[in-house]
Every structure is written in structure tokens, then in C-alpha cells.
Ligand binder design. Structure first.
Ligand code: FAD
Ligand code: NAI
Length: 472
């Protein structure tokens, strides 16, 4: 016998589980289906983000940063460390425990909000009079509305499938059993830089091969340049403008043949290779074709601005649709769709979705970059403030980087903020709020910021827009 729901969500990542909770809060009888299994075969909701993405990567970034500090910066504080070592197995166990806390947290939230959870793969059967029939295991759920949040999968290099032993996706990259002597990374995007940082800090010699001639092309050029300088100084070898010709995995090493920017053929041999060249939307097993769900040539589900698909009462959110592949973007879309189903006016402002790269220094931004403003011929003013001139940064011993603010030349409205430096991930939140409220740089400059704090650098960058910094 089938089970009937107002809303059936397929996928329990940040897009899906948040959509399910919001739908339940709004009074809908809601089900969430997720197929992710933990190592015992049990449910592990939270999707890529919780299991092999945001959460475990940040756990390893934290562990490796402690190790780096103990080895390199404690001495400056008069703290001596002898016999410093890293127990990789313990570090990975801690990471797994952090993941499990998050999986369990979501199951708890489902109970608390009376969301019915189904562990298994959800697949469209057909449209019925009462809604859409979705098969999960032996059961058939019928949903008046269906929200698809089936996420994305890592993209493999043609001819070099992931074996998760020598050629690693983000999954294998998060469970390398011992620090490799040499590590190669293909793609110097977000995963490449975060994972490269983890293993470099722990002692691996890391080489990053990037196809594009520019480093971090989506990032404000001035910020990307500063970040490149910092990463290179730390010992990350980043080669730009590279064409990977062949990858061959052996028993204990991977051979990468590539052509460098000068057109020379280079042979690189590394113990392990992480391939982080982007992700592809995932609709495997949904039976999209069977019910006529429209996909674009990249395999993403086609949606309108409100996340409606071409099928009546079927919505899609997160990595499986257009837009940035970010957990918080997926969550915002999930909330907005649940609210639209309830007749409310859910809204996602793509211009104020923040981006963060959790390297050291961290990189964070919101809004337009200087090169984007130039390209559209906008009249703008720019202000920058270096952390070197910030008291808290000096006390932390972390003075790399800057805050850069871009504002409209006429109205002074903030158009973008770009940060490279300590705790950029936290500092950007103030700038997102400012932009959501259409603040001017003068508004931020007039707000009292605690002293000594890194946030004073944001205020000073706002003052710099008007060429009147107080501390630089
Ligand atoms: P997912 O999280 O991929 O969830 C989809 C879920 O649906 C999965 O559990 C999957 O098993 C399930 N599923 C798929 N098909 C079916 C089906 N037919 N039936 C049932 N279940 C199904 N983003 C950030 O914002 N910040 C970060 O710091 C960050 N770090 C990242 C680090 C790494 C290494 C990676 C790989 C990604 C990172 N991301 C980060 C991106 C983030 O993980 C994704 O944007 C986010 O997880 C997308 O959420 P989603 O709900 O759309 O999909
Ligand atoms: P990415 O899109 O960030 O970077 C991929 C890089 O690989 C690009 O620089 C691209 O030019 C390069 N590339 C593509 N093909 C190549 C080839 N054949 N040879 C060499 N280089 C090649 O993708 P990534 O790092 O795989 O991450 C996927 C997504 O996951 C990100 O776009 C992001 O949305 C999300 N993510 C977010 C994080 C965060 O918010 N902190 C952390 C990690 C991932």
C-alpha cells in the first residue's frame, strides 16, 4: 500500500534535508528519502556536504592547521614543542566522528520536526491522480509535491577513472591512510586548494596542475594574486596553463604526463593523485527520462528562477540545478521552495551568496569582483585595508592579506567585498548583511566595530573607499 505525503523530498543533503524541515514547519506532511550509507550500511543523511564534503574537509583542515601551528608558529610565542608527530589514523577517526555527529543530528532533526525518513533510492514511477508516485525499496510514496535534491558527483578525467586508492576523488582525498611523500592535484579550484593545503601541512610535497592560465579565475584578481603568493610561499607548487595528456595509476604511484604552459612535455610521478576538476549534477536512478523530466546538456535539471521543473509540482534545488555548487545556496533554495509550496514568497538572492575557500589564508567574497565591474563598464570606487595594519591580526601573528571593498561611484552602494586573510569566512558575514540591506560603504564606515578585532579591517576598507583610513 502506498503512503501519502504533501511533500516528498528526494535527497537528504543540505538542499533536501533543510527543504524537508522547512516544509514540515509549514505544516506539510513531509517525507525525505536519502540513500547515503555509513560504513555499517545504515543511514547517513547530510549528503556530500556532511559525508565527503564541507564537514570532513573542515575537520581535516582544522587538524592539519593545529599541526602546522605546533610545528611552525608556536615557537614565536615561546612555546616549545618536541617530538611533534601526526597520527593520521586518529585524525581520520576524529573526522569520522564529526561526520557521524552531523548524520545523527539530522536524524534527530527529522524526528523533532516529524519528517518521515526513508533510507534508500527514490525513483519516479508515474504521475497519479493524488500526486507523484515515488518508489523507495519495496514502498511507494505518493507526494502532492516532490522536491528533487539529488546533488552532484565528482567529475573524472577522461581515461582515468577514480579508484580511490591512487586516483582520488574528494571521497578518497579525505581518507588517505598515511601522509604521502608526494601528492598531485589536478585542478586548482576550491577542493584542490583545500585538500592540497591539508596534506601539504602534514608534510606531503604537493603539486597542483591547473588548465587555466589564471589562478582562481572567479576570484577578484588582486585577492587571487595575494593568495597565490601566500600558497606558493607555503610550498604549494602551482602550475598554471597545463594540459594533462595522460594519467596512469600503478601499484604504488601515479604517472601524469602533461604539457606545461611553455609547451614542454613533463612527466610527473606522485604517490597519490587527487582529481578535482569540478562536479556533475546527479540524476542517476531518478528515472528522469521515464517521466520526461527535462535536463540540460550538462545533466542538470532545468528549473526556472523559482526552482520549478518542467513537471507539475516537481521542484529541484541545490547542486542538481544551475548556480553555484554550495551547501548554503542549496539550503536557501530548499527553504524558498518549501515556502513557495505554502503560497509564500521564498526568495534567493544570488548576488549575495557568499563564497569561502577555507585555506590559510582564507579567501571569502560576496558580490562583484573588480574585473566584473570593469567588464560591465560600471563606475566604482575601491578601498583596501591590509591585515598588516590591524592590531588583532598582529596579536594573532597572522597578518597576510587584506579586505577590499568595491562601491558604486555615485550612490556608494557596496557592490562587492573580497577578503584574503585570517577568519575571512567569518568576516564576510557582515558584508553579506550590508549588501542585503543595500548599505553604502559610508554606512559600514560609520558603524562602531569592536577593538581589537579583525572586523576593524572591514570598517577601515570601507573608510578606504573614501580615502580616509585611520590606521593605515
Ligand atoms: P548533496 O549534498 O550532494 O546531497 C544529495 C543527497 O541525495 C545525497 O545524500 C545522495 O546520496 C542523495 N541521493 C541522490 N540521488 C538519490 C536518489 N535517487 N534517492 C535518494 N537519495 C538520493 N559547500 C560549501 O558551501 N562549503 C564548503 O565548505 C564546501 N566544501 C566542500 C568540500 C568538498 C570536498 C566537496 C566535494 C564539496 C563541498 N561543498 C561545500 C559543496 C557542497 O557539499 C554541495 O554544494 C552541497 O552538498 C550540495 O547539496 P545538495 O543537497 O544539493 O546535494
Ligand atoms: P572547481 O570548479 O572549484 O575547480 C575546478 C578546477 O579544475 C578549475 O580551476 C578548472 O579550471 C580546473 N580544471 C578543469 N578541468 C581540468 C583539467 N582537465 N586539467 C586541469 N585543470 C582542470 O571544482 P572543484 O574544486 O572540483 O570543486 C567542486 C565544487 O565543490 C566547487 O565548485 C564548489 O562549488 C564546491 N566546493 C566548495 C567548497 C567551499 O565552499 N569551501 C569547498 C570544496 C568544494
Amino acid at each position: 500500500m502506498s503512503k501519502h505525503f504533501d511533500v516528498v523530498v528526494i535527497g537528504g543533503g543540505p538542499g533536501g534535508y533543510i527543504a524537508a524541515i522547512r516544509a514540515a514547519q509549514l505544516g506539510f506532511n513531509t517525507a525525505c528519502i536519502d540513500e547515503w550509507k555509513n560504513d555499517k550500511g545504515g543511514p547517513a543523511p547530510g549528503g556530500t556536504c556532511t559525508n565527503v564534503g564541507c564537514i570532513p574537509s573542515k575537520a581535516l583542515l582544522q587538524s592539519s592547521e593545529h599541526f602546522e601551528h605546533a610545528g611552525h608558529s608556536f615557537a614565536d610565542h615561546g612555546i616549545g614543542v618536541s617530538g611533534l608527530s601526526i597520527d593520521v589514523a586518529k585524525m581520520l577517526k576524529r573526522k569520522d566522528a564529526v561526520v557521524k555527529q552531523n548524520n545523527d543530528g539530522i536524524l534527530y532533526l527529522f524526528k523533532k520536526n516529524k519528517v518521515s525518513f526513508f533510507h534508500g533510492r527514490g525513483s519516479f514511477v508515474k504521475a497519479a491522480a493524488e500526486g507523484w508516485e515515488i518508489q523507495v525499496g519495496d514502498e511507494v510514496l505518493v507526494g502532492k509535491h516532490v522536491i528533487i535534491a539529488t546533488g552532484s558527483n565528482p567529475r573524472a578525467l577522461p581515461g582515468a577513472p577514480f579508484d580511490e586508492d591512487r586516483i582520488l576523488s574528494n571521497d578518497g582525498a579525505l581518507r588517505i591512510p598515511a601522509v604521502p611523500k608526494t601528492l598531485g592535484l589536478i585542478g586548482s579550484g576550491v577542493i584542490g586548494l583545500e585538500m592540497g593545503s591539508v596534506w601539504r601541512r602534514l608534510g606531503a610535497e604537493v603539486t597542483v596542475l591547473e588548465a587555466l592560465p589564471n589562478f582562481l579565475g572567479a576570484v577578484d584578481e588582486q585577492i587571487a594574486k595575494e593568495a597565490h603568493k601566500a600558497f606558493t610561499k607555503q610550498g604549494l607548487k602551482i602550475e598554471l596553463g597545463v594540459k594533462v595528456d595522460a594519467v596512469k595509476a600503478g601499484k604504488s604511484a601515479v604517472k601524469v604526463a602533461y604539457t606545461n604552459a611553455k609547451g614542454e612535455s613533463v612527466a610527473l610521478e606522485v604517490e597519490r593523485l587527487i582529481v578535482s576538476i569540478g562536479r556533475v549534477p546527479n540524476t542517476v536512478g531518478l528515472n528522469a527520462e521515464g517521466v520526461g523530466l527535462m535536463l540540460d546538456p550538462r545533466g542538470a535539471i532545468v528549473v526556472d528562477d523559482d526552482c520549478r521543473t518542467n513537471l507539475a509540482n516537481v521542484w529541484a534545488v541545490g547542486d542538481v540545478v544551475r548556480g553555484p555548487m554550495l551547501a548554503h545556496k542549496a539550503e536557501e533554495e530548499g527553504v524558498a521552495v518549501a515556502e513557495r509550496i505554502a503560497g509564500q514568497h521564498g526568495h534567493v538572492n544570488f548576488n549575495t551568496v557568499p563564497w569561502v575557500i577555507y585555506t590559510s589564508p582564507e579567501i571569502a567574497w560576496v558580490g562583484e569582483t573588480e574585473q566584473q565591474l570593469k567588464a560591465r563598464g560600471a563606475a566604482y570606487k575601491a578601498g583596501t585595508f591590509p591585515f598588516m595594519a590591524n592590531g588583532r591580526a598582529r596579536a594573532l601573528g597572522d597578518t597576510t592579506g587584506m579586505v577590499k571593498m568595491l562601491a558604486d561611484a555615485k550612490t556608494d552602494e557596496i557592490l562587492g567585498v573580497h577578503i584574503v586573510g585570517p577568519y575571512a569566512s567569518e568576516l564576510i558575514a557582515e558584508c553579506v548583511v550590508a549588501m542585503e540591506f543595500k548599505a553604502s560603504s559610508e554606512d559600514l564606515a560609520r558603524i562602531c566595530h569592536a577593538h581589537p578585532s579583525l572586523s576593524e579591517a572591514t570598517k577601515e576598507a570601507a573608510l578606504a573607499v573614501d580615502k580616509r583610513t585611520l590606521n593605515f
